[in-house]
Design a protein around this ligand. Sequence first.
Ligand SMILES: Cc1cc2nc3c(=O)[nH]c(=O)nc-3n(C[C@H](O)[C@H](O)[C@H](O)COP(=O)(O)O)c2cc1C
Length: 183
Amino acid sequence: MTTIVGISGSLRKGSFNSSLLRAAAESMPAGAELTIGSIRGIPLYDADVEEATGVPDVVVALKEKIVAADGLLLVTPEYNNSLPGVFKNAIDWLSRPPTDIPRVFGDRPVGVIGASPGGFGTLLSQTAWLPVLKTLGTRAFFGARLQVSRAGSVFDASGKLVDAQVHEQLRKYLAGFVKFVAA
Ligand SMILES: Cc1cc2nc3c(=O)[nH]c(=O)nc-3n(C[C@H](O)[C@H](O)[C@H](O)COP(=O)(O)O)c2cc1C
């Protein structure tokens, strides 16, 4: 069984990216499974807090979830043509202490997908993640792309993925990513 942990970079209740992540969990190829991790409850990074009390439990729990999985899928919104601060903050905490980076991120297969109500489907946000993934020593997946644009018509009011074409693109992305992770 190939295991992936997926994380949405949005805290919004009706988040398109969280909807995309749930759709991904339901669209995995045979022999693979996606579990959902969350950035909820992760405080703003503060080096004084880290020095005084260490890495918060909520961060440690997410780190161990990542370590236990074979691959990591980031489902990212786009804010101001870049990655969202709350998501980057979570990854920054997850990269502490630096001595743990090889265990958590080193050579880890990582995929990035995302959804936006606009026309470019998080293209610039996905691009902005690349230096972060490089710095952390991950093995980024470049075998397919999934940029979900016009998200308002791709998901229904309950967050269900209702666009058949996007669903097919998602299935293809996941099949390619799982193959990459398992290799
Ligand atoms: C501060 C801010 C900046 C944004 N900038 C962009 C942007 O550059 N490109 C884009 O496509 N959407 C942008 N948006 C719109 C988001 O794509 C939209 O709010 C989306 O629903 C966020 O993802 P979510 O649905 O998963 O929460 C921005 C939204 C906010 C709040």
